[in-house]
Design a protein around this ligand. Sequence first.
Ligand code: NI
Ligand code: MN
Length: 257
Amino acid sequence: MMVLPGMRSGATRPGAITDDAITPDTGVATTMEIRFLGHAAFEFSDGDTSVLIDPFLTGNPKAAIAADELHPQAILLTHGHGDHIGDTVPIAKRACADVVAIVEIANELSGDGVEQVHDPNLGGTVTLDWGSVKLVPAWHTSTTPKGTANVPAGLIVRFAGKTIYHLGDTALFSDMRLIGETEAPIDVALMCIGGHYTMDRHDAVTAAKLIGAKQVIPCHYDTFPLIETDAHAFKAEVQAGGASEVVVLAPGETHTP
Ligand code: NI
Ligand code: MN
């Protein structure tokens, strides 16, 4: 059947609907999957719409899929480092995808010929036909591979009735508690734990407590030797504190929150 943008195909996977998947505002049953693509790259999908975050696939030793196999409606970027901006330009051009990135990166992408670019700054929200994304602070540095300086962000994504917080690359900071309170309830936090370039798994245990998401999926570890860590030890420590359930995904695995 023809499915127009923003239209539900109706045929949802049998057994995928739970009471928890009924959005309170519309009563419409929705369900979504989060697929870990390796490093900090994720795909959110509800069967009609695909949203990518930080699609670093080419050159990613843990990539679960090739860039040309993806057909997203939107690509969301936390910051411009090569292990996050990745394959954004070729995927966006081929798929005619919307791209949301902080203004300095957005300007570079426009200059590279990406047509549907949205350029918020920290605190700003971009609403598209599938949901919205808000940029929140992250403590990190960033220039793009082409040399454009940019301020890193975390992303609050609302999609298919769920709220997902991708922390981006960041150190631990106390305003994670404010973000957790302001955006509550957060269904899933996608959290860097690998250390060296971001907070390590010990600081990430504190981050999980501050944010208070229902579930945490760790990322940005084991891609390279410098960021190897023990995700299962992280899981045990977070769950011992009762803060959140931790779901460890191998690249390519999916999770339905
Ligand atoms: Ni980075
Ligand atoms: Mn990174």
